[in-house]
Design a protein around this ligand. Structure first.
Ligand code: SF4
Ligand code: SF4
Length: 178
């Protein structure tokens, strides 16, 4: 099966279900939360969107898209006197029960399973459909840096995102800033 930028969400969601729920990813990093993910999760906590953001989220920037991530709980008890570990578990993770919002977790957590044989491709699919903005030159430049280390899925090549070669060259050369 080939994953492309245009693969429908329902197909990607099925592939993202290939997860052992071992929680390893949630112990060291947290999921990206898009604005559209927030209302349902905030409602489940009976919180306003603003109160939910303040209590559970931190601002995050990926491919120049302003979004959020869940807060991390960082352990300092084993690293004293050297300070807090640079990573921590997701605030939504219960180490015994797993993700406490499993049924309503954000799209990123639902589709970006590292267990799936399509792991990195699913991550790219999410980035291309929800983060990378073809109308934002800085977003394209940051995607170009990512592609220095990763082969793009179909639809994710720079020439596919910006078919106008002259414009693409100007974006990458910082001749077009915004
Ligand atoms: S919301 Fe759930 S699945 Fe997503 S990072 Fe947190 S614990 Fe993991
Ligand atoms: S995505 Fe991978 S690391 Fe994370 S819980 Fe599932 S199997 Fe474990």
């Amino acid at each position: 099966m080939q994953i492309t930028k245009e693969t429908p969400l329902n197909v990607i969601s099925e592939l993202g279900k290939e997860c052992d729920q071992c929680n390893n990813c949630c112990k060291y990093d947290t999921g990206i939360v898009l604005k559209e993910d927030i209302p349902q999760i905030a409602a489940s906590f009976k919180l306003t969107i603003e109160d939910f953001k303040n209590k559970y989220l931190v601002k995050h920037d990926r491919f120049n898209k302003q979004c959020f991530k869940f807060k991390q709980i960082k352990d300092s008890k084993h690293t004293k006197p050297f300070g807090t570990k640079p990573y921590g578990k997701c605030i939504m993770l219960d180490e015994e029960k797993g993700c406490t919002i499993h049924s309503i977790k954000p799209l990123h957590c639902r589709v970006c399973s590292t267990k799936s044989k399509f792991g990195e491709k699913l991550t790219q699919w999410f980035a291309l459909n929800y983060l990378v903005n073809t109308n934002d030159p800085e977003s394209i430049r940051q995607w170009a840096v990512y592609l220095q280390y990763n082969m793009p899925i179909q639809g994710g090549k720079l020439e596919e995102l910006i078919p106008d070669r002259v414009k693409l060259k100007k974006i990458l050369g910082y001749e077009i800033l915004k």
